[in-house]
Design a protein around this ligand. Sequence first.
Ligand code: ATP
Ligand code: MG
Length: 382
Amino acid sequence: MDDRTDIVVAGHICLDIIPALPAGAGLADMIVPGRLTAVGPAVTSTGGAVSNTGLALHRLGLPVRLMGKVGDDAIGRTILDLLARRDASLAGGMIVATGQASSYSIVLSPPGADRVFLHCPGANDTFSAHDINYAALAGVRLFHFGYPPIMRRMHADGGGSLASMFTRVRELGATTSLDMAAIDPHSSAALVDWPALLALVLPYVDLFLPSIDEMLVMLGRDGPPVTGRLLGGVAANLLAMGPAVVALKLGDQGLYLRTSSDPRRIARAGLPPSWAGRELLAPCFAVEVAGTTGAGDCTIAGLLAAVVRGMDPGPALTFATAVGACCVEAPDATSGVPTSDRVAARIAAGWPRQPVTLDLAGWEGEDESGLRTGPGDSTARR
Ligand SMILES: Nc1ncnc2c1ncn2[C@@H]1O[C@H](COP(=O)(O)OP(=O)(O)OP(=O)(O)O)[C@@H](O)[C@H]1O
Ligand SMILES: [Mg+2]
């Protein structure tokens, strides 16, 4: 293993406050001006990329530090306290902004009905490139950032702040990684020219790890069904903007990977030569789904863990989808994620995969580890 295994996860963090609501009552009966509705105790948990990917990496046994931004209010103190209770070392790199409000969501989730979120973006909206403590990133092996679409200053300027942050982090020698989030059509993110932002930012991003739905919306390609051909086109489009690796999360269809064919770009990302010119799809592992909250973030944690351990792309995708599958076995974001050894043991014991239903015409069938190889893969049989 690389002796610089230190990972920093930066970006969005919030506190979810989830009151236990009485059975039988609908939200329309509860949210009435002047009415008091008795509810049960609240569950509080941290959410967002920093919490989900960060805590999942910690559970997998990797050394990780968190760099989210909170205010100096009661909610911020609760976020820091929840993190420190997991491990005192986790919260040390958190940014505390004097006089600002922390981000929180009140989640009204009546039994058997759709959830309502009341969300305050708080300090996530003021997080900028200037908030990063670059001195603390010296010697860091990998830097992951999550959710620019729900962090106003990380998108509203067209990506300048985001690009300058990634430029500085890359200069320090870290492999850089980026995840997106869905665009809220009522927010500042809806006004952004996303293809232009991606073109500005992706040259400084080594691993670009969004979901396919987010990319189809951002690139204006939403509409046709997702097929192997569409994935190949979207990934080629994104790779042309400069990242070494594009991994697209496909929900219950698994995880798609396409990488740069330029060995120098792969080396600059700190990846072994086996990562060059690959196109692979890892189908999901078969599980009983308790909840998909955090599945994307945990899958990323699995992929980042594999990258810092120097794994080849096939086993890395397998490990990532296995961590994602462990996540969905629990209702919350990270408690289903076990140690890396436990994940590896489940894979080694012959954990079955779920069938892929999307059209993969022109792709090879499953290999012995259950992965599919696409026509854009340099090792594909011709
Ligand atoms: N039903 C499932 N069974 C097993 N694994 C799943 C299932 N759903 C998702 N996963 C795993 O989780 C990964 C991420 O899921 P998804 O594509 O929903 O991420 P996302 O869109 O980023 O979601 P979010 O940000 O809401 O967590 C998938 O690539 C897959 O490996
Ligand atoms: Mg996601």
